[in-house]
Ligand binder design. Structure first.
Ligand code: HEC
Length: 168
């Protein structure tokens, strides 16, 4: 491209180098890494749909629990915190399109290098994947933490209980 002009001007070379480094760094960051697969842009609602999460939990138990636990590392990574570490699109593409993700996505490749077992497609539909994601969101929510520490009796859970009774 503009190689000759650039090499004659070290200052602009350095500047452009800096910009490129910055772009590469942000490209690779979890915020915008959406992975490869059918999920290009997924909008999440603010509140968690508990019915959908319930369906997701069932699908997770059937199709994922042989290799994953929410709270600890197993054959695959622990899934607690996944909705904070990655974009929804990345996670959903990983679930529905693992082999292409493991081949082409840097973050997925890093996981494979660490875990050595390739995650396989579990015959999930896009709806299943969305439900599973809702379950993962629920697992990462303050509500899930409140449930574990004993629900209504614990002072921290009060707000949660109120919110739930309002919904009904
Ligand atoms: C055969 C075992 C296996 C099954 C079944 C499996 N996974 Fe995985 N999963 C893995 C492994 C191993 C990894 C790490 C990447 C790799 O090595 O392929 C992984 C990675 C992931 C990741 C990325 C984790 C991270 O830290 O970024 C998510 C999300 C995930 N799996 C979700 C699921 C869901 C949801 C299901 C069920 C539909 C499922 N997996 C089924 C083995 C499995």
């Amino acid at each position: 491209m503009a190689k000759i002009a650039l090499s004659q001007n070290p200052r602009s070379m350095a500047l452009i180098g800096g910009v490129i480094t910055f772009l590469l760094a942000t490209q690779g960051s979890a915020e915008i890494d959406k992975g490869v697969g059918p999920f290009k842009e997924v909008k999440m609602t603010d509140s968690i749909d508990s019915k959908l999460a319930g369906a997701g939990k069932k699908a997770f138990t059937n199709k994922c629990s042989a290799c994953h636990k929410i709270e600890e590392r197993y054959v695959g990574p622990m899934l607690k915190g996944i909705t904070k570490r990655r974009t929804p699109e990345w996670v959903m593409n990983m679930i529905i399109n693992p082999s292409e993700m493991l081949e082409k996505n840097d973050a997925a490749k890093e996981l494979l290098a660490e875990y050595m077992t390739p995650m396989t497609f579990q015959n999930v539909s896009e709806d299943d994947v969305r439900a599973i994601y809702e379950y993962l969101r629920l697992s990462d929510s303050p509500e899930a933490a409140a449930e574990k520490t004993g629900g209504p009796a614990a002072p921290a859970a009060k707000g949660t209980v109120k919110k739930e009774s309002k919904k009904k």
